[in-house]
Design a protein around this ligand. Structure first.
Ligand SMILES: *Cc1c(COP(=O)(O)O)cnc(C)c1O
Length: 400
C-alpha cells in the first residue's frame, strides 16, 4: 500500500506543474469530516477543501443532487435557459441583498466579473475615467492578472509584471487612509469582510459600516469578496450580515456548490443592469451540474437550525482554541468568526501542520504563522474535541 502512494507522488512530480507545496498525502475518499488517504490512514478534516466543502465529504443530499443532474444533463451552454441555474440565482436573490446573479467557475473569475461590472457601471454613466478600484493590503482576490493586481500582497505579483493598472491598496481597517484614497476616479472599494488567506483578520468594529457610508457619500460601489466568508462560514449565510450593512456587489465561490467548481457574482439591479447581452460570459458558468450542486448546498445551509448550529459550533471551537492558547506560550492570538477560526503563532506554522497531520488532523497554515481552521460546517462537538486534543499535544511537542 505504501508503494502505491509513493508512485502517485512521484508521478505528480514528473507530470504535474510544480505550483503547489503539496503534502505528501493523497486523499482518496471521505464521509463527513473523515477522509482516508491512499495508505488507508484516516484524518479529521479541519481544512474542508479550504472552505469549499461546507457539507463535508459525500454528503447524501449533495451526492444525490449531483447524480440526479448528471443523469439528466451535465452541460448545455448559456445559449439556453438552465433550470438549476435559474433556481440557484433565485435562491441567492431571495436570501441576500442582491437581485441578480452571474455565474462563473471560480473565485478569481467572480472577482474579475465584479471588477468589469464596476467599470461598466461608470462607463454606462459616461464616466469611463472612473475605473479605479481600491483594495486592502494583505487581501487575496485570486491569481488572474486583474485579481493579482487587486490582491494586496506583493509576493504573488513578483515575476508577473507589468501589473494591470487601476488598483491601489490601503491598510485593512484603517478608515482615514481609505477615505483619503478615494478620488474622482474611484469606481469601487473591494474588501473581504474578513480577510481569509491574509490570516483570518477581522476589521475593527464600525469599520465596514463607515466604508459603506463613504461609498454612499462619494458614489463609489462597494464590492464584498465573500468567496471564503460566504455560504454560512461565519454563522450567517453571508458575512456582511454580521456587520449590519450590505454591499452593491458580492462575489462567491468556494463553498457555493460544496466542492463542485462554481463562482458567482451577486449584485443589486441598479448595478447589474450595466451588463448587457454580450458584455460578459462563461462557457461553463452556472452549468446544470454545478448549479444543481449549488442549489442542494444552499437548501441545506438554509434548512432549519443549520446556521444556528454553525454559530454554536463556531463558539465552541473558539472557546476550545482559547483554552489551548492559554496553555501554550507560542500562541500569540486566537481570532475568527463562526467556523472560520485561526491561531496566530509566534513561530512558523508549517511544522505544526505536519505534526498534526501525522497525528490524524488536517489544518492549514496561511501567512506563515497562522493556523487556519475551516472545518465543514457540519462539524460536531466531539470532532472539535478530538482535534483539540491533537492540537494541544502537537503544540507541546513542537515547543517542548
Ligand atoms: C480563494 C479565494 C479567492 C480565489 O478563488 P479561486 O477559486 O481560487 O479563484 C478569491 N477571494 C478570496 C477571498 C478567496 O478566499
Amino acid at each position: 500500500m505504501a508503494k502505491e502512494s509513493f508512485d502517485f507522488i512521484s508521478a505528480n512530480k514528473e507530470y504535474v506543474f510544480n505550483t503547489y507545496g503539496r503534502s505528501p498525502v493523497m486523499l482518496v475518499e471521505g464521509a463527513g469530516l473523515r477522509v482516508k488517504d491512499s495508505n488507508g490512514k484516516d484524518y479529521l478534516d479541519f481544512i474542508g477543501g479550504l472552505a469549499a466543502c461546507p457539507l463535508g465529504h459525500a454528503h447524501p443530499a449533495l451526492v444525490e443532487a449531483i447524480c440526479k443532474q448528471a443523469g439528466k444533463l451535465i452541460h448545455v451552454s448559456n445559449i439556453f435557459h438552465i433550470e438549476p441555474q435559474i433556481e440557484l440565482a433565485r435562491l441567492l436573490a431571495e436570501n441576500s441583498f442582491g437581485d441578480k446573479a452571474f455565474f462563473c467557475n471560480s473565485g478569481a473569475e467572480a472577482n474579475e466579473a465584479a471588477i468589469k461590472l464596476a467599470r461598466k457601471f461608470f462607463s454606462e454613466k459616461g464616466a469611463a475615467d472612473r475605473y479605479h478600484v481600491i483594495t486592502m493590503q494583505n487581501s487575496f482576490h485570486g491569481r488572474t492578472l486583474a485579481t493579482l493586481a487587486a490582491t494586496g500582497q506583493t509576493k504573488y505579483r513578483e515575476g508577473f509584471e507589468p501589473i494591470m493598472p487601476g488598483f491601489s491598496h490601503v491598510p485593512f481597517g484603517d478608515y482615514p487612509t481609505l477615505e483619503e484614497a478615494v478620488t474622482e476616479t474611484t469606481a469601487a472599494i473591494m474588501i473581504e469582510p474578513i480577510q481569509g488567506e491574509g490570516g483570518v483578520r477581522i476589521p475593527p468594529a464600525n469599520y465596514l459600516p463607515k466604508v459603506r457610508k463613504l461609498c454612499d457619500d462619494r458614489g463609489v460601489l462597494l464590492i464584498f469578496d465573500e468567496v471564503q466568508t460566504g455560504m454560512g462560514r461565519t454563522g450567517k449565510l453571508f458575512a456582511y450580515e454580521n456587520f449590519g450593512i450590505e454591499p452593491d456587489i458580492m462575489t462567491l465561490a468556494k463553498g457555493l456548490a460544496g466542492g463542485v467548481p462554481i463562482g458567482a457574482m451577486v449584485a443589486t439591479e441598479r448595478v447589474a443592469s450595466a451588463f448587457k447581452p454580450g458584455n460578459h460570459a462563461s462557457t461553463f458558468g452556472g452549468n446544470p451540474l454545478s448549479s444543481a450542486a449549488g442549489v442542494a448546498v444552499l437548501k441545506e445551509i438554509l434548512s432549519n437550525g443549520f446556521l444556528d448550529r454553525v454559530r454554536i459550533m463556531g463558539g465552541y471551537l473558539r472557546s476550545q482554541l482559547e483554552d489551548v492558547a492559554a496553555k501554550h506560550n507560542c500562541v500569540k492570538e486566537v481570532r475568527g468568526l463562526g467556523l472560520m477560526q485561526a491561531l496566530d503563532l509566534k513561530i512558523p506554522g508549517a511544522d505544526l501542520v505536519t505534526i498534526m497531520r501525522e497525528a490524524g488532523v488536517l489544518v492549514n497554515c496561511t501567512s506563515d504563522t497562522v493556523i487556519r481552521f475551516l472545518p465543514p460546517l457540519i462539524v460536531s462537538g466531539a470532532e472539535i474535541d478530538e482535534m483539540i486534543i491533537i492540537l494541544d499535544a502537537s503544540l507541546t511537542k513542537i515547543t517542548g
